[in-house]
Design a protein around this ligand. Sequence first.
Ligand SMILES: Nc1ncnc2c1ncn2[C@@H]1O[C@H](COP(=O)(O)OP(=O)(O)O)[C@@H](O)[C@H]1O
Ligand SMILES: [Mg+2]
Length: 236
Amino acid sequence: MLEITNLDAYYGKVQALKNISLSMGPQEIISIIGSNGAGKTTLMSCIMGIVHGVGGEIKYKNQNITNLKTHVITKRGVVYIPEGREVFPSMTVLHNLEMGAYSKKFTKKELNYHLDSMYELFPRLKERSSQKASSLSGGEQQMLAIARGLMSDPQLLMCDEPSLGLAPVIVDDVFRIIVRVSQEMKIPVIIVEQNAYMALSISDRCYVLENGRIVSSGASKDLIDSDDIKKAYLGG
Ligand SMILES: Nc1ncnc2c1ncn2[C@@H]1O[C@H](COP(=O)(O)OP(=O)(O)O)[C@@H](O)[C@H]1O
Ligand SMILES: [Mg+2]
């Protein structure tokens, strides 16, 4: 599904990613954990063609997408939910969801089908469909940001720090939804998180980023028990 080989990325002269290699299969949830500034968002930005001029290779479904434009990558079915849940605050929930499908030019029937499946996954959004997005709680806005991304019927979902700034019980809800999305919509998911414990507990495999490098990777269930990971990310 995704195969990254020896990826380097720069901001000006500063190298933000160093020799990143990563792969994911068609049904996996993988997590990318690391502290603030490790390079997680930069890695997502490289995949999405937001950061350009990168070295190395990014292959998606066996095609080279390195340095392609963002809209081309989006069109191929990759959806990125950026950190900070960027919903359109003054639009209604429904309108936000419709905007997610905008580029697909669905028929009315297709649009309603996708709306119904989002309302089934996210019943709170159905209840609030005519409210402005700005009136939703942080957790609901995160759900809306994910649902809006899913409206385009993606083939790869990438979520950047979905837990950021949310209360622990809400974080549980958000992660439960991500697992359901992966299972029910049968799409692979990449989760980028500083919340290492949550990310490890729901992902199949994990990559640990530090200072722009992958310093560890493996099955999440093994990493969660590893002393190094415990010491560095799970509070000893
Ligand atoms: N637009 C930018 N211009 C210059 N440096 C940046 C930019 N975005 C991020 N960086 C730097 O790149 C490094 C990685 O940042 P980032 O990918 O945002 O980390 P993370 O998402 O893991 O917190 C940091 O040192 C950060 O300061
Ligand atoms: Mg980030």
